[in-house]
Write a protein that binds this ligand. Structure first.
Ligand SMILES: [Zn+2]
Length: 616
């Protein structure tokens, strides 16, 4: 009896100290040095990697994990299995209704294997589990400690199936993303040794020093600053100088400071153009010498500069001196200081994909959210800001640049396939539900936040969020806190209902009746999700005014979004009451219309009950 009481006490004291630990932010750090040789005929490559790992966590680490992404492109892999079982597989990965991974031959499949691995010179035990390498350290790594992990590795570039690979559909030889053994991230939530099944990434911040040796005819572009431009030429050399190369291969030496990934593309037919912005970084473009695309890729260059200026102004200064747009891959994918995009597109589509991927430089490659867990924070915020950017730089003249996102979200709700945005990216039952939750519902998180706190406050929030969390791993609560600090409102209800549930918004005008010289309007909350209400009143004399009904749990009010119209701030709506009564100081017969949310930025799933017009 006595003994167990003592035991119980000791558990309690342990729990108390644990819960007190996680109060301050920390993040791990890696420094990669890689020396790699690529055989452009067999698409096999290999080399060495030296990684200095700094443990800034409060914990002792006995294990580390690496991602070996190319092992996904093998028959029987988890990526293959998922492709064969999901209801709506990605068409790019299918042929005649079958998984393309399932039929990859030995020479066409991908692999990435670690051949030897030491920790501070001592051999360690490691075991490959599909796309993850599990490493038991020789010596535990203490909190605050540093250790050096050195390996030899070899790989084979798979036929282009998804994102990276060889011989893309547009004939680009090498789209090299997810190509090296990449250390998994350990953060305040623990390890993220997430197998490569379909979705996106999470990485450790650090510095990269990469040497790539390959056939001298190939032009290379991607992440990092080239250290030896006068040795490799190919458009990197000082204009007017002659570059003499010896031998059959060239070694390209790149350095990339403070990034969490490293991508490169290479092709013997790349044209390489550079546009040095006066007020920004050097923009590099790599694209095939194909008459069909030349014109669009030339015109793309000034649009990239326009987009860079737009994002610098609206989010915050791009922190690197270089950005590269590289033709390759299978659509568009963001990487550190660069992107891989397909190039045979209409001009509008080419600009659209560039703008989207460039925006990811902020919402992923500087604000490095875990894309497996919070996919809406990178894809959604990118969709939000790129919709605004396209409207401006392509002069689209849209009143609501987010209209497409709202339509997508309503279609998802009606489909019955919606899952909460807090779902792990690999765990959606359909690609459709993932896509809309991440891109469309994620974009609406911000556009609708603008409805709640006001448009100016929204854009201030975006800039503060960037300023506060750049070069970190922000989580959903972080963007909510930025918005709360800027608006002075309490917004936890918004974050929780919108991102962790599938609760929907539906407000309606229930009844409008005369009450003497005034009018009594009953508004109704039909959906479970709370929102504040803007109500527009159009009068028969042609004038308009608005009523604003703050939500009580916001503990605040936004500024008048329509400064040219007179606004009445009504009493707060307490959520649990499904009906709210408003007295309007206008006789019923002078009311031409009443409209809930004339901006249509509130994602009300039934717009029909939002409008009252007297019957003729
Ligand atoms: Zn994206």
């Amino acid at each position: 009896m006595r003994k167990s009481q003592v035991f119980l006490l000791s558990i309690f004291s342990g729990l108390l100290s644990l819960s007190a630990q996680n109060t301050s932010y920390w993040q791990q750090h890696v420094d990669y040095t890689m020396d790699v040789e690529m055989d452009v005929k067999t698409f096999q490559y290999g080399g060495t990697q030296k990684l200095i790992y700094t443990n800034n966590s409060p914990d002792v680490l006995n294990r580390v994990y690496y991602h070996l992404f190319f092992n996904a492109f093998q028959p029987g892999s988890q990526m293959d299995a998922r492709l064969q079982s999901i209801k709506d597989p990605d068409g790019r990965m299918m042929e005649n209704g079958k998984s393309r991974i399932a039929s990859l031959s030995e020479t066409d499949m991908g692999y990435l294997h670690v051949q030897s691995l030491t920790q501070d010179g001592k051999p360690v035990t490691f075991v490959e589990e599909g796309t993850i390498l599990v490493v038991d350290l020789a010596t535990p790594l203490p909190s605050g400690g540093k250790t050096t992990l050195e390996m030899e590795f070899k790989g084979q570039v798979p036929a282009q199936i998804r994102r990276s690979g060889r011989n893309s559909s547009e004939g680009v030889a090498l789209s090299m993303s997810q190509w090296y053994p990449k250390l998994s991230e350990y953060d305040f939530e623990g390890w993220h040794a997430n197998p490569y099944i379909a979705r996106e990434f999470h990485g450790v911040w650090g510095d990269f020093d990469v040497k790539l040796t390959l056939d001298k005819d190939y032009v290379v572009g991607g992440t990092g600053y080239l250290q030896n431009p006068q040795e490799v030429g190919h458009g990197y050399e000082t204009p007017g100088t002659k570059v003499k190369t010896k031998g059959k291969t060239l070694t390209w030496h790149f350095k990339a400071p403070n990034v969490h990934d490293f991508m490169w593309g290479a092709d013997p037919e790349y044209i390489h153009d550079t546009l040095q912005m006066e007020d920004g970084p050097a923009l590099h473009f790599y694209y095939k010498n194909d008459p069909e695309i030349l014109d669009n890729w030339k015109k793309l260059q000034s649009k990239t500069a326009d987009a860079m200026r737009f994002f610098n102004k609206n989010i915050g200064e791009y922190p690197y001196k270089q950005y590269s747009v590289v033709q390759g891959g299978d659509g568009g994918m963001e990487y550190a200081m660069s992107t891989l995009i397909t190039g045979k597109r209409s001009f509008e589509s080419l600009v659209g994909v560039m703008v989207h991927e460039l925006a990811h430089s902020w919402f992923q490659h500087v604000l490095a959210t875990n894309e497996s867990k919070h996919e809406w924070m990178d894809e959604g915020f990118t969709t939000f800001i790129s919709s605004l950017c396209m409207n401006e730089i392509m002069e689209q003249g849209k009143d609501n640049p987010f209209e497409g996102s709202y339509k997508g979200y309503y279609a998802l709700v009606n489909s019955g396939l919606e899952k909460p945005q807090a779902t792990h990216a690999d765990r959606y039952a359909t690609n459709f539900a993932y896509g809309i939750a991440a891109y469309s519902k994620g974009a609406i998180f911000l556009s609708q936040l603008g409805y709640i706190i006001g448009q100016d406050k929204l854009m201030e929030t975006v800039r503060k969020y960037y300023e506060d969390f750049k070069f970190k791993h922000p989580v959903p609560n972080d963007v909510k806190r930025s918005a709360e600090k800027i608006s002075g409102m309490e917004l936890d209800w918004y974050l929780v209902d919108w991102t962790q549930t599938t609760n929907t918004i539906d407000y309606g005008i229930k009844s409008v009746v005369a009450e003497g010289n005034k009018t009594k309007v009953a508004l109704e909350r039909i959906g479970d999700m709370p929102m504040p209400i803007d109500l527009l009143l159009a009068k028969s004399d042609g004038t308009q005014e608005t009523y604003y009904i703050p939500l009580q749990i916001m503990r605040g009010e936004k500024e008048n979004p329509y400064p040219s119209l007179n606004r009445t701030v009504a009493k707060d709506w307490m959520w649990a009451h499904s009906v709210y009564e408003l007295i309007i100081e206008v006789p019923l017969d002078e009311i031409q219309a009443l409209v809930i949310d004339p901006s249509q930025l509130m994602a009300d799933i039934n717009g029909e009950n939002n409008v009252y017009q007297p019957k003729e």
